[in-house]
Design a protein around this ligand. Structure first.
Ligand code: AMP
Ligand code: ZN
Length: 493
């Protein structure tokens, strides 16, 4: 059997996954900043890592999956100066910052549940780990990689880069970074514009603040992930994940903090999920080019012709490799819905298959299963896995005509494998009833016309026509009920 290979975006190559502790896997993924609703782009990244979590479990690893909640320290424009994203929202609404964090954490959990993601093993918050962040800052000061300036502590990139390759993850050199950094007013505390904040002194107006050895302040955005991954996964751990846009500066700074404080860069493998775009442009909270999960589930959006069940969106997302850009469109979702329905129909047919035919069939289930595993072992290649699932769909359809194709035991084993791939690894659910919700609107419209024609026949006492319409609908599984307020219809017995 092939071994799991993961594309390490640090080395820019596929690496055979060799966990630090046999049988165990440690996974850290940057979670959401809880100052507004997550959009489908964020959801894509979390679904990609949910699939990674699920597949590692499928392979038998005992996984500790840590995904944080950023509820402090993330400033507007991802900068080192200015307002906290959560704090600004709290000020605007005149509520406590923790009310904002609570509201959007609850919303995030609701969305994650709707998309059937598994909860992480630990979900630590930045505000719950101020002590750990202060002590990491102290460690960095002691080790000579940080300096104090006016109550704030900055990471000394120039000093660090004399010993370690700062920019190693994102492939940037120091000069490029220097020329790409804006010198902002008030940023004069920094020795160099590419230094970044570990701890910031809180101005009078800054409401989210904690006591520290350097006075009242708050942690820099990058610090929480270094502090929390170290605390829960150790100074060295298996996999760190996040969206591509976090590579620089967030993950670059994390590596520097980890190496600076722990003499160890943290993750063995860095995984970066690619972006979801809408109309060819990155989905992003700040530009407003977004589609929200609620809009997808209700169909209430100018970008959509109808509502889609969460599993269809999930199927759509896993039909692309996590490292490819994926463009969202109504047409693409309609196509994904058809594919999803075909897959679930076939799975249903297989689960209801009568025990007919020989024991062993001609379809080589073991070979097929090995191909599925090989696809996922090749850097979680879910689109290839899905292509193999459709080979199984074809076999199931052929077996309905000729039961010697799967055979009785073949059908049983294939069903077990399909259950694992569809539901355990891809995290899909049987949402066929919801999948028809869009067609319901069309059916209602068509039935309105039919029932109106029947009413006209009845008004003219043309009983044979009205009875014929009723009987023909009944033969098609649609029951008409005549009430005092007119006729209604139901589907089924
Ligand atoms: P944030 O709440 O902005 O920190 O983002 C949470 C996660 O979503 C991060 O891993 C981001 O990299 C990721 N993300 C943001 N925008 C997109 C997008 N358009 N497509 C995919 N992932 C995204
Ligand atoms: Zn992070």
């Amino acid at each position: 059997m092939s071994q799991l290979q993961i594309y390490d975006s640090h080395q820019g190559a596929l690496k055979t996954f060799t966990p630090l502790k046999e049988g165990h896997a440690g996974l850290y993924v940057c979670g959401p900043t809880v100052y507004s609703h997550v959009h489908l782009g964020n959801v894509r990244t979390f679904l990609s890592f949910d699939m990674v979590f699920r597949y590692l479990q499928f392979l038998g690893y005992k996984v500790r999956y840590v995904r944080n909640i950023t509820d402090a320290g993330h400033l507007i424009d991802d900068a080192d100066e200015g307002e906290d994203k959560v704090g600004r929202r709290a000020k605007l609404e005149q509520v406590e910052p923790m009310e904002i964090a609570q509201r959007y954490t609850v919303n995030f959990h609701d969305v994650m549940r709707a998309f059937n993601t598994l909860p992480p093993s630990i979900e630590p918050t930045a505000t719950g780990h101020i002590v750990e962040q202060i002590s990491m800052t102290q460690q960095l000061l002691e080790n000579g990689w940080a300096y104090e300036a006016n109550g704030s502590i900055y990471f000394d990139v120039d000093a660090y880069s004399k010993v370690h390759p700062y920019g190693e993850l994102s492939g940037r050199n120091l000069d490029e970074m220097r020329s790409g950094t804006r010198e902002l007013d008030g940023q004069t505390d920094k020795r160099s514009p590419i230094d970044f904040a570990l701890w910031k002194k809180a101005s009078e107006a800054h409401i989210m603040r904690w006591a520290s050895p350097w006075g009242e302040g708050f942690p820099g955005w990058h610090l929480e992930c270094s502090a929390m991954s170290t605390k829960y996964l150790g100074t060295s751990f298996d996999i760190h994940g996040g969206g591509m846009d976090l590579k620089f500066p967030h993950h670059e700074c994390e590596i520097a903090q980890n190496k600076g404080a722990n003499q160890d860069g943290g993750a063995q493998v860095w995984m970066h999920a690619n972006m979801l775009t809408l109309n060819g442009k990155r989905m992003s909270k700040s530009t407003g080019n977004t589609l929200l999960p609620d809009e997808l589930l209700s169909g209430d959006s100018p970008h959509l012709s109808k509502a889609y069940p969460a599993s269809v969106a999930r199927f759509f997302i896993h039909q692309a490799h996590y490292r490819s850009v994926l463009d969202f469109s109504d047409e693409a979702l309609q196509a994904a819905e058809k594919g999803y329905q075909r897959l679930i129909h076939a799975w249903k047919a297989l689960s209801e298959r009568p025990g007919e035919g020989p024991s062993k069939g001609s379809f080589d289930v073991d070979h097929w299963q090995a191909q599925c595993v090989a696809a996922m072992n090749n850097d979680f290649n879910s689109p290839i896995l899905i292509a193999h699932l459709f080979d199984a769909v074809k076999a199931i359809q052929a077996d309905q005509q000729d039961r010697s194709l799967l055979g009785q035991s073949g059908a049983k084993v294939l069903l077990q494998h399909l259950n694992a791939w569809i539901f355990d690894v891809l995290g899909l659910q049987d949402q066929m009833r919801h999948a028809h919700a869009g067609s319901q609107k069309a059916l209602d419209a068509a039935m309105g016309i039919v029932l109106q024609a029947r009413k006209q026949a009845r008004d003219q006492k043309d009983w044979s026509t009205s009875d014929a319409i009723r009987d023909q609908l009944a033969a098609g599984g649609i029951q008409v009920k005549d009430g005092t307020d007119g006729s209604t219809y139901t589907i089924g017995e």
